[in-house]
Write a protein that binds this ligand. Sequence first.
Ligand code: TYD
Length: 206
Amino acid sequence: MLITFEGLDFCGKSTQVQLLENYFKKQNKKIIVIREPGGTQISEKIRKILLDRNHSEMKDETEVLLFSASRAQLVREVILPALKENYFVISDRFHDSSIAYQSFGRELNFDFVVQLQKFAIGEAIPAITFFIDIPVEEVAKRMSKVKHIELDRIETSRLDFYERVRKGYLYLAENEKRIKLIDGTLSIEEIHMQIISEIEKQLERN
Ligand code: TYD
């Protein structure tokens, strides 16, 4: 089963990925955790190009193609073989990130970005996607609290960008049954319990 996590930067998804990983490990489940962009040698190199703060000249078209290239490699090299072996694959971000960030955020053509994602992910369609939703003011608050960490190139762009990205996620959550919207302002433990309950429901359905 492929499970993906989505949301704005600082929404807390990486913490939730970690908690879910521990949950599955305690049950001795076969599990692989991936972070996007990255996860293969080629994809990690692409990640470095994407997040390098010196690459301020990067064009939006280049950006969407690089994210998608990184993902296409990850799907075929890691995700599909793992799913064949009945692993649980958890990905911290996946194709919905490109639709939300590159199409809604960067305002690239929606139909094209969706088609490109279909091409990049092929058969690797998530069974369930958790969209951890926080308002943009909360992103700003959490950002300023961690000023001591350097923000990457994408995180330093303006907050109206995040408003558009959030709208994109809300649109996707409304239109796709696999996407579960979770209130990211709840406590870490509450969010974790909701995630477990959704996964249990999904497993019963399979
Ligand atoms: P990531 O390192 O996952 O950041 P975070 O831990 O904050 O989620 O992702 C880095 C940035 O890349 C993040 O700002 C979101 C952005 N991104 C896209 O714009 N499109 C994509 O397809 C993906 C996977 C990430």
